[in-house]
Design a binder for this molecule. Structure first.
Ligand SMILES: *Cc1c(COP(=O)(O)O)cnc(C)c1O
Length: 414
């Protein structure tokens, strides 16, 4: 459930008309709903209540400082994947002791910065990384807090680009190698837990449960070796509804996982790293129709947003709903390909959409709060678009529109 609803024929975000935002900041622009973000975060919080737990929001889904600040105020933890994201969380007021650091390629500079900041845990993804972390921590006179990210080899049944927990993927440590690596880690680090993350946009519970069983088998085996873990991090990946998907609610997923933990592992804290499920349906991308270009084979609606602003449709063949901001258009509906101005045939935001629209009107691309702005680029020398956060009857510009000067500034002539 979200707060992007029609009042009469006008699309609103909470208590603000989308048209008013478009007029104030121009298009394209991202619009987020504070109430929706908070509602989704609390859905996880309430679901895990009663068992030791941590929600570590995956920053890469939407890393705007104000969004991070909202979540930090709720007491959220954060899952980061770079030194840049570390800087963002600290700048937004996030508690370093609630940060976990994931990723297969952490540099020495990033590891050092994370240790100095006092983050909660580094999720180690290889033997070589463990060696590097031990060495850097030793040079700082400390023992690094770590978990091993294990690759449970389960099929998440999602798009291949966002499946991460299969043997052939680059992520995590194979189950068979984990035991020896834990023994190594136990000698030189502060071993806190075990982590996995099997993929993104998962729409069913069984892959999570498969992964959970494999993690718990390892937890039990490690206990016999005298390695007692404090937390089990099941990663993120819970899907959202873009079209017809029917993903489980956070509560349903949490219940089955907690049921499994309660009897045998009442003290093993459950950590999760949701990204998309918190912010995905909390954002839209507003865009204006520049031209209609009817054709023999297809009709095109050429809009001012493009694949550089929202790459999911082009990169993952993702489907996102496209709706008019003002439904009272008198024209008859036709099938349109909604495309941007970028010079790529793949620059398509939606194909074959039945829309009653005219040039100059506004469209909203829904479910754009996750992996939208955070994956955007300046391709075609297009300044990145502004981000707006709606809070009840007010809205705040939380990122201004880039200027062309911003883009050219780092470059120099010969
Ligand atoms: C991307 C990622 C997440 C978040 O995934 P969502 O599908 O957005 O929930 C969580 N943990 C790790 C390690 C990730 O790489």
């Amino acid at each position: 459930m979200d707060h992007f609803l029609y009042r009469g024929d006008q699309l609103w975000t909470e208590g603000v008309a989308c048209q008013a935002i478009a007029e104030a900041v121009g298009t394209p622009c991202y619009v987020y709903s504070r109430a929706t973000i908070e509602r989704h975060w609390y859905a996880f919080e309430h679901a895990l209540n009663g068992h030791p737990h941590a929600i570590c929001y995956a920053v890469k889904a939407n890393s705007n400082l104000a969004v991070l600040q909202l979540l930090a105020r709720l007491g959220s933890g954060f899952d980061i994947v770079s030194g840049g994201e570390l800087e963002r969380v600290l700048r937004a007021g996030g508690d370093p002791n609630r940060i976990v650091f994931s990723g297969v390629g952490k540099t020495a500079v990033e590891i050092r910065a994370a240790l100095l900041a006092g983050i909660h845990c580094l999720n180690i993804e290889s033997e070589a990384e463990l060696d590097r972390v031990i060495e850097i921590a030793a040079s700082l006179g400390m023992r690094a807090p770590v978990a091993l990210r294990v690759n449970p080899d389960v099929d998440p049944k999602t798009h291949p680009y966002i499946a991460t927990g299969l043997k052939e993927n680059k992520f995590g440590i194979p189950v068979e190698a984990a035991r020896a690596l834990y023994q190594q880690a136990a000698k030189h680090t502060r071993v806190l837990g075990i982590a996995c993350h099997i993929g993104s946009q998962l729409t069913s519970i069984p892959p999570f449960l498969d992964a959970l069983e494999r993690m718990l088998a390892l937890v039990a085996e490690l206990a016999t070796l005298g390695i007692e873990l404090q937390h089990l991090d099941m990663g993120g990946g819970l899907g959202i509804r873009y079209q017809q998907e029917n993903p489980p609610l956070p509560d349903a997923l949490a219940q089955v996982m907690l049921e499994r933990l309660r009897g045998q592992y009442p003290k093993l804290a459950l950590h999760i790293e949701p990204g998309r499920a918190i912010v995905g349906n909390a954002g839209i991308l507003l865009t204006r129709i520049e031209y209609l270009k009817p054709g023999e084979l297809r009709n095109f609606a050429i809009v001012d947003a493009a694949m550089n602003d929202l790459i999911r449709p082009a990169l993952y063949q993702a489907w996102q709903e496209i709706v008019p901001v003002n439904r009272c258009s008198k024209v008859i509906a036709r099938a349109y390909d909604v495309v941007g101005p970028v010079c790529e045939t793949g620059d398509k935001l939606g194909a074959d959409r039945q829309l009653a629209i005219a040039a100059g009107e506004l469209l909203a691309i829904r479910s754009a709060g996750a992996y939208g702005m955070s994956m955007s680029s300046n391709y075609n020398t297009r300044p990145r678009v502004p981000e707006v956060l709606v809070d009840g009857k007010e809205f705040h510009i939380i990122r201004r529109r880039e200027t062309i000067a911003d883009l050219l500034d780092p470059e120099s002539l010969l």
